[in-house]
Design a protein around this ligand. Structure first.
Ligand code: FAD
Length: 383
């Protein structure tokens, strides 16, 4: 390996949680990096409109790449969140079974958790599955903190930088943005979320397709300043993972999400029927919600792969474009594991990558208002 730093940076396309974690990891593994984000701020896509839950992987399918990267992230993430001061509620989760089928599912989930090395308990009184390691974060604060730390370690961020063209040059790629900026880079990591398939297609790679799977949420305030002390997960059925109820760092309780497959990647609206779909199930999970009016609602669009999940690896059209796509449901949790895995692909392209260094701590820019309304306001959808 050469001891000289690469003459060109590595580009990260997309500044959601995956792009932010990639930038963080590159910067802290000694790689010169620049992030290009089409919006005027980071984390305005799926990364700012989710459940904010840092999953343990207790219910993930053993042996899949997604599970491997969730578990890899779990080893890296706590020390980084702690050092960067990213707030987390270590609430733990519970799944309460109601039917004989639910009890059977709980037993299967406990066995699955054991296979993944995730500690769980079954409560004797009601057979509930308790998952102490499940926690809730502020996903926007998480992305901002990673990005700020990356910048403090030497990385750059270009906002309002929508990548519209990619072409091959000698030992690298030329990226061009809608407003005419040009970047000669050693490699590009495609973390463009919903638009990752469009980015791949800029190089003629149509090996995967991304569609939006909408998830809608309703936000509540419990009376008398009460807060929720745990994450309530439904016992999943064969058909659905169901509606969960979770606390936020700002003392609210959120119920959701739905799962609605769409074609329109710009439809951030909350459907009128979502309210009934969510509320009945949420009250079953937490009776204290009965009769309460939601104070807000928001929707997120999961970047779902059509027939694929966690499409991570070199593009079939050009080795120097690495797709980090179809991170549909667990990107917040797995982002730092994904980033570590992707950084390990770079030495094969002749790019030196060191060990992950301790975080550079920097004050991230604060986001105005609650994170869960930020994207809805940006997209001007009623909330
Ligand atoms: C309803 C819902 C609930 C979820 N709950 C959880 C949860 O509890 N826990 C969990 O771990 N995960 C959860 N997820 C999944 C998680 O939110 C996603 O996996 C994650 O946000 C994907 O991150 P990303 O960076 O790949 O995509 P995004 O956040 O969509 O980021 C992609 C970025 O690329 C930018 N971009 C697009 N095109 C271009 C271009 N041409 N040039 C430059 N930039 C571009 C976009 O503007 C965007 O900022 C949930 C998702 C949803 C929607």
């Amino acid at each position: 390996m050469s001891s000289h730093p690469p003459s060109r940076p590595v580009a990260v396309i997309g500044g959601g949680i995956v792009g932010s974690a990639l930038l963080y990891t590159l910067a802290h593994r000694g790689v010169d990096a620049v992030l290009l984000e089409s919006e005027p701020a980071l984390a305005l896509g799926a990364s700012g409109t989710n459940s904010g839950i840092l999953h343990t992987g207790f219910d993930s399918t053993a042996g899949e790449l997604e599970t491997e990267l969730i578990l890899r992230a779990a080893e890296i993430r706590p020390a980084i969140l702690d050092a960067l001061g990213v707030p987390v509620i270590s609430a733990g989760a519970e799944l309460v079974p109601h039917t004989p089928e639910d009890h059977e599912t709980v037993r299967a989930l406990a066995a699955n958790a054991a296979a993944n090395g995730v500690p769980v308990e079954v409560r004797e009184s009601d057979g509930a599955l308790l998952v102490p390691g499940e926690s809730v974060s502020d996903p926007v604060a998480f992305a901002f903190a990673l990005a700020a730390s990356a910048v403090a370690a030497g990385a750059r961020i270009e906002l309002d930088a929508r990548v519209t063209a990619i072409s091959a040059i000698d030992d690298g790629l030329l990226l061009e943005t809608a407003d005419g900026r040009r970047f000669e880079v050693a490699a590009a990591l495609n973390a463009a979320g919903l638009y990752a398939d469009d980015i791949a297609r800029l190089m003629g790679d149509d090996s995967f397709e991304i569609y939006p799977r909408k998830g809608e949420f309703f936000v509540f305030e419990l009376p008398d300043g009460q807060t929720l002390d745990r994450i309530i997960l439904p016992v999943p059925t064969k058909r659905t993972k169901g509606v969960l109820v979770f606390p936020t760092l700002d003392g609210k309780v959120i119920a959701g999400p739905t799962a609605v497959d769409l074609d329109d990647k710009e439809d951030w609206s909350v459907r009128p029927e979502a309210r009934d779909e969510i509320l009945a199930k949420a009250v079953q999970q937490l009776p204290a919600l009965d009769g309460l009016e939601p104070v807000a609602s928001y929707a997120g669009l999961r970047p779902a792969g059509r027939g694929s999940n966690y499409v991570i690896g070199r593009s079939v059209e050009n080795d120097r474009l690495i797709n980090v796509a179809a991170i549909r449901s667990t990107g917040l949790t797995a982002s730092l594991g994904i980033a570590d895995h992707v950084a390990d692909l770079l030495p094969e392209l002749g790019i030196d990558v060191g060990e992950l260094r301790p975080p550079t701590v920097a004050a991230p820019s604060a986001s105005a208002g609650p994170w869960w309304l930020r994207t809805a306001h940006h997209r001007r959808t009623p909330a």
